[in-house]
Structure formats: structure tokens, C-alpha cells
Write a new protein. Structure first.
Length: 242
């Protein structure tokens, strides 16, 4: 339908996926988004993502002209079979496997598989996700090797040349703030601070310089530390972070 100059962005409404969406809107003439409701504890992200899309269209009319349909796919079974702190009301801690219990086994594999099925119907062959190996918790389904191998499997299984892009794969959280500023200046920074959601506990009551969250879960800690490193780097360069 849209040819090679189109992309489908896996858009959770978090900081990383918002930056990836902005990057795609710079590079592709047609961009669609997809979110997943899988019984996540922080399901507030399903609301904030809609508000962020609305505000992006207003703040960046050029991007708004390229921003196409948003899709929401329901994967409730994933939440029911996942004994994790993202899908259960349990404390966040390390598991016996050496991974935090925020790891939802198979989540990104399923997300990209469902996204590819949707993209196939929409005539889109590029899938964009915000996964990275730099500031992350060791999730094996965030690794570049995992995702590129999956891209090959999707291409073979659907007999179509799918490409998985991960613009932030080797970018730390400070670099992600920097990338956001390069893409959309102070306006995009402010949208990310005010309207994205990253906190695993779904906290939208506590406002920090970097955004809303509990300030104690792993996602908030990464985001806060990245913000501080970005401010420090910008200060040393003589710049003015938002």
C-alpha cells in the first residue's frame, strides 16, 4: 500500500519509542504506529500514547502529515502466562535466572511477529522498535542479534523482505535525550517529559525534571540517570538542555 518509504513503529508511549517515532517521521514519508495491550501493570501507557500522538501532530505539522493510522493489538494471554512484576502486583527483584522479574519472556518476539502480520496487510516492510543493548536490564529479546535473526525469520516465513530497525540499539539514555533534542529541539523534549510514560509501576502522580514516575523502579532510575548525564554533557558543551 505504501511501498518502501513507509514504516510501522512499535510505539508504547515511552521515552525510547517516542524518540524512535520522531526519527521515523524524519526519514519516512508514511509512518504508522502500533501499541500492545498485554495485561501490563503500567497500562496507563495505553492512554498517554494517544495523547502524545495527538500533541505530536499539533506541535510538528510536517510530521503530522506523515503520521498515519495508529493500531492497538490485544495480547491478554501474554499477561496471563507471564509471572512477572510487569504483569502481576509483586515487588520488582532479581529472579533465579539472573534477570530482573520485569522480564516478560517472549514479549518482543511476539510484538514484532504481530507487528509484521499487521505490516504485511498494510504493505509496510520496515518495523521500528526502541530496544537497546546499552542502558537496559539484560533482556535477551532486546539484543541486536535476537532481533535481526527474528527479522530474517519473519522475511522467510512471510515471503516478504522485512527489516527490523532499532535506532537506539547502541545509544545510552543520555544519548536518547540528545537524539530527541536533535530531532525536535526543546519542543520534543517537553513533549517527552510531559506526555511519555516509562515507569513500571504506572505512577503518574509524581512529576520529576525528567517526567512522571515512581523514581525507584529500574525504568525510572535509568531515565533519571540519563537525564542527569545529558544535562551534564550539555553543560560541558556550553549548551542549554531543556
Amino acid at each position: 500500500m505504501h511501498g518502501s518509504n513507509a514504516a510501522l513503529v512499535l510505539f508504547s508511549g515511552g521515552q525510547d519509542s517516542a524518540v524512535c517515532l520522531a526519527s521515523a517521521l524524519k526519514r519516512y514519508s508514511r509512518v504508522e504506529t502500533v501499541g500492545f495491550a498485554y495485561g501490563q501493570r503500567h497500562d496507563i501507557e495505553m492512554t498517554t500514547r494517544q495523547e502524545l500522538l495527538r500533541r505530536l501532530r499539533i506541535a510538528f505539522p510536517g510530521w503530522g502529515a506523515r503520521l498515519g493510522d495508529d493500531h492497538v493489538l490485544e495480547l491478554p494471554t501474554l499477561g496471563r502466562i507471564s509471572e512477572t512484576s510487569l504483569t502481576r502486583d509483586v515487588a520488582i527483584e532479581m529472579s533465579g535466572a539472573g534477570l530482573p522479574n520485569t522480564f516478560v519472556p517472549g514479549r518482543n518476539l511476539l510484538f514484532f511477529t504481530y507487528a509484521a502480520a499487521l505490516a504485511y496487510r498494510r504493505g509496510i516492510r520496515t518495523l521500528v522498535g526502541g530496544m537497546c543493548e546499552t542502558d537496559y536490564s539484560g533482556y535477551p529479546d532486546c539484543r541486536n542479534e535476537t532481533l535481526q535473526t527474528l527479522g530474517q525469520a519473519l522475511s522467510l516465513g512471510m515471503d516478504a523482505p522485512f527489516q527490523i530497525e532499532t535506532p537506539l540499539m547502541y545509544v545510552d539514555k543520555a544519548g536518547t535525550w540528545d537524539r530527541a533534542h536533535d530531532l525536535g529541539g526543546d519542543v520534543l523534549i517537553e513533549l517527552i517529559v510531559e506526555h511519555t510514560h516509562t515507569c513500571y509501576l504506572g505512577d503518574r502522580t509524581h512529576r520529576h525534571p525528567w517526567g512522571y514516575g515512581c523514581d525507584s523502579c529500574p525504568a525510572c532510575e535509568l531515565r533519571a540517570k540519563g537525564w542527569e548525564r545529558w544535562r551534564d554533557r550539555a553543560g560541558r558543551r556550553g549548551g542549554r538542555p531543556a
